[in-house]
Design a protein around this ligand. Structure first.
Ligand SMILES: *[C@@H]1O[C@H](CO)[C@@H](O)[C@H](O)[C@H]1NC(C)=O
Ligand SMILES: *[C@@H]1O[C@H](CO)[C@@H](O)[C@H](O)[C@H]1NC(C)=O
Ligand SMILES: *[C@@H]1O[C@H](CO)[C@@H](O)[C@H](O)[C@H]1NC(C)=O
Ligand SMILES: *[C@@H]1O[C@H](CO)[C@@H](O)[C@H](O)[C@H]1NC(C)=O
Length: 478
């Protein structure tokens, strides 16, 4: 399967080897430059790098701005737990192949590579930003995070210097390939997880902390890993006793499980530098927004009384004030530019729960600079505390909450609630959302990061995890 997609010249994933060669050439050119620049400089101390001086790593890390001077070690796992899954990309998700979305280190194919994606690049996107938009899929998150951590300035190759340990097991991809197979058994869905835990439990640094300073990242919602003992959907990775002490960074967390930490869904914006982010922020701030609110979603007409159906009715009743996009048939993933176009033209976006409480659309909306409107606290406030200001006094700075029961009872209308917010307050909220954009995106930055001290989603994740690992030392250290 992998060989087939690589050989297809029309498939953008086939460009990957070429990209690798280019990167290698660039890397060696850089090395040469550095070598030439420093060849002349006399440096008597440089020859004696202390290898076991415990003060040295602390100072290095503080210089590079890693939280508390900590560093992250990234395990090198047997390829069956990550790389091998990438080569099965054709069978990891139902309905479509993940292969193109796993290209470019998981960012997907650059916009505009897909048919029909031309609008975002030629009509909407400022030319200087063309290289920072990709067609990205949430299921690639595990790969995106792994790649970024490998080249992150807070990474150490020496586990003795690490404060936190990243386990790059692609658990979402691993379970994905068994979720829809009619003949897959519960044991099939858990086999990789059981094998991973048995490998991990044998590692000396795992044994030292019982896993309290270890973490993983999951590109599927937590409920896909919490199959109940009497059967049902998903795998049971997160319920396995062997995972009990490991922090799970996951796109939708279980609000009652303190080991789950919410992280953003990947959007299609992968800026390379702080300048890319600022250009987009200026652009998103300056767009005219003729619609008061917008909604992108697939109505589940089969479900009687589905809340999304109610929102669609509200939108129709609001006439020109509202605009919708039907996400049926995977349209909002395959043609994400249509979603961005929708949200760039609206001041607010509606974010009901769907099949689960969270949705990628929350992040598309905020990256587009529109203010999200929530109907369940579990959609964001109880999810992403590392990334968005939460708590009753702060949620209103960047979002609106509407009581779904009052809406159902007909006591309020969405248009009524939103139109009553003073224009100055709307502007303030929009500014707040736009300020938050860098932390909500997975950058395509190199080792230096976005620069200018600007942090992206992975930087926030590392800071948070380094702090958490340092706090949890109390749980295992004697
Ligand atoms: C691109 O824009 C044109 C005009 O704005 C529109 O008619 C067309 O449907 C758009 N194409 C896609 C793929 O959205
Ligand atoms: C399930 O069926 C597919 C083909 O239908 C087959 O390739 C696969 O080996 C089967 N898996 C198991 C666990 O029986
Ligand atoms: C989790 O931590 C507790 C306390 O530190 C320890 O007793 C237990 O064995 C650990 N569990 C695993 C699976 O490592
Ligand atoms: C809607 O309004 C009525 C009348 O004021 C009130 O009795 C009812 O509790 C309200 N419903 C909700 C869900 O707030």
């Amino acid at each position: 399967m992998a060989a087939m997609y690589r050989a297809d010249p029309a498939n953008p994933a086939a460009r990957r080897p070429r990209l690798v060669v280019l990167l290698l050439v660039a890397f060696f050119a850089l090395q040469l430059l550095v070598f030439l620049a420093f060849r002349q400089a006399p440096s008597p101390t440089a020859t004696r790098m202390p290898e076991s001086d415990s003060e040295a790593p602390r100072r290095d890390a503080e210089d590079s701005g890693c939280a508390g001077g900590g560093l992250v070690y990234v395990y090198e796992l047997p390829p069956v737990f990550n790389e091998d899954l990438l080569s099965m990309c054709g069978v990891l998700a139902p309905m479509y192949s993940l292969c193109p979305y796993l290209a470019n280190d998981g960012l997907g194919f650059p916009v505009p590579a897909a048919k029909g994606a031309a609008n975002l690049s030629t009509e909407i996107l400022p030319a200087e930003l063309a290289g920072s938009w990709y067609s990205s899929d949430q299921f690639a998150l595990e790969h995106i995070v792994h790649r970024r951590l490998l080249s992150h300035r807070c990474r150490t190759a020496d586990p003795a210097r690490a404060t936190a340990f990243f386990v790059p097991f692609y658990a979402g991809l691993a379970v994905g390939r068994h979720l829809w197979a009619a003949n897959a058994t519960d044991a099939d869905r858990d086999r990789d997880c059981v094998a991973l835990l048995s490998w991990l439990h044998a590692q000396p640094y795992y044994k030292r902390s019982h896993g309290w300073d270890h973490f993983i990242a999951l590109g599927r919602i937590t409920w896909d890993f919490r199959r109940s003992p009497d059967g049902g959907w998903g795998g049971s990775f997160l319920l396995m006793p062997g995972l009990a002490n490991i922090t799970r960074l996951v796109i939708e967390r279980d609000p009652w499980d303190a080991m789950d930490v919410g992280i953003p869904y990947p959007t299609s914006f992968h800026p390379r530098t702080a300048a890319d982010v600022r250009a987009w922020q200026r652009y998103a701030s300056s767009r005219p927004r003729p619609n008061l609110f917008a909604f992108a979603g697939a109505p589940r007409s089969a479900i009687k009384g589905d809340f999304r159906g109610l929102l669609l009715e509200e939108c129709q009743a609001a006439g020109d004030a509202c605009s919708t996009l039907d996400c049926g048939e995977g349209r909002c993933i395959k043609q994400n530019e249509l979603v961005m176009q929708l949200f760039l033209g609206a001041r607010f976006c509606l974010q009901p729960r769907g099949d689960s409480f969270t949705r990628r659309s929350i992040f598309d909306c905020m990256v587009a600079g529109a203010v999200p409107v929530f109907f369940w606290r579990r959609s964001a406030y109880l999810q992403y505390a590392w990334y968005v200001p939460v708590g009753n006094d702060q949620e209103g700075e960047w979002s609106v909450f509407i009581d779904r029961d009052e809406l159902r009872a007909g006591n309020v209308t969405i248009r009524g609630v939103l139109a009553a917010i003073p224009e100055a307050k709307v502007q303030e909220m929009r500014n707040r959302v736009v300020e938050m954009i860098p932390k909500l995106v997975y950058s395509a930055a190199d080792k230096e990061g976005l620069g200018d001290g600007m942090k992206d989603a992975v930087d926030v994740m590392i800071d948070g995890m380094l702090r958490r690992a340092a706090e949890q030392r109390r749980s295992w250290r004697v």
